[in-house]
Design a protein around this ligand. Sequence first.
Ligand SMILES: [Zn+2]
Length: 364
Amino acid sequence: MITIITPQGKQIEIVLASELCDPVDMGEHVRAYCHLHGSDHQRSLSITRMTGWGHCFNAACQATVLVAEWNRPAAQRLLHQYYQGLTSAAIPSYQPPHLPSSHRPFVVQPLLLPLPKAIPAWQQEELHILQALDEQMRWALAHSQRAQLYLRGRGIPLQTALDAGVGYLPSALLNRPEMRTKREVVRRWVDRMLFPLNSPFGRGYIGRSLWHWQPGMNETIHKALLERPGSPRRWIKTNPAGWFGVELEQLPDTIMLVEGAFDRLTLLAAGLPASQIVALVGTALQVEWLPSQVNTVVLALDGDDGGKEASSRLADQLVQAGLRVRVCPSGQNTLGKDWNELWQHLGQQSLAPVFEVLSESRSA
Ligand SMILES: [Zn+2]
């Protein structure tokens, strides 16, 4: 067991499941004798299994506990914050004098991330080929009129896309003689715009098909075309996939989550810092992926029912992990279901809610 005090002054006992005294499973809750105040005639300690958080109902004790194994992200975050606080302010003499002040003498063992499932050989090969083509695909975007017209149609300046590492795979690139043995493996990526993804397991890609897109064709019509039987899938991903954003370690203390790759490009085009905006692109939110400096997450998901449902689910998950959460009002209406559509119709003013919630998060 370890007792920590949060920056807000709250005392939390982080315990291991094995420390619980004679626990009894009551469904959603586990009841145990409280080893904190030493009761052995009433199971006054009640812990919610799903969240790991618990409370002692003994009036004289009232302890707040967190069972580390049942909520690793929260335990990890609290321990990390606590030791960081100790070394930076409360006990400066703990700093060995020869180390720079940013160095943390306490090393908190990172909890192990669950290992990804074994990746089939063809997917590994696919990823390797795409990675090797990365520079050429970015060059292709910078030189493809077709891809640039598509971006323009969505209101995204070319430079914004290039700065974010976006590329394009034209058939001409695959038809080069040196691609002869690799062509078939990556054929499904042809005529796609590729967005680099980050995860703890390395770099990946998500690709948006431009199949049969013509200059001037609007997004709704193109989407309907891609949904017809026999059409290529609108989006495909490598394995591992990840989030479209900066490398995880470079995330600042406050980040904003959006759903789609074009939503992120939209916010970057509007002038928001690239490091702050992360697009989930259909990859589940893994709280464990967030480095410990991230303490506030702003959710700016789509305004449709799916987006609202996801938003409240993610908010719960993040709060349980000890993060501060703000939800950005979608501002979305009949003119658009996501930030990119709104941006195309209304321009900068459509993003007012995003700027507002971010500046509030900073001043809070
Ligand atoms: Zn107690």
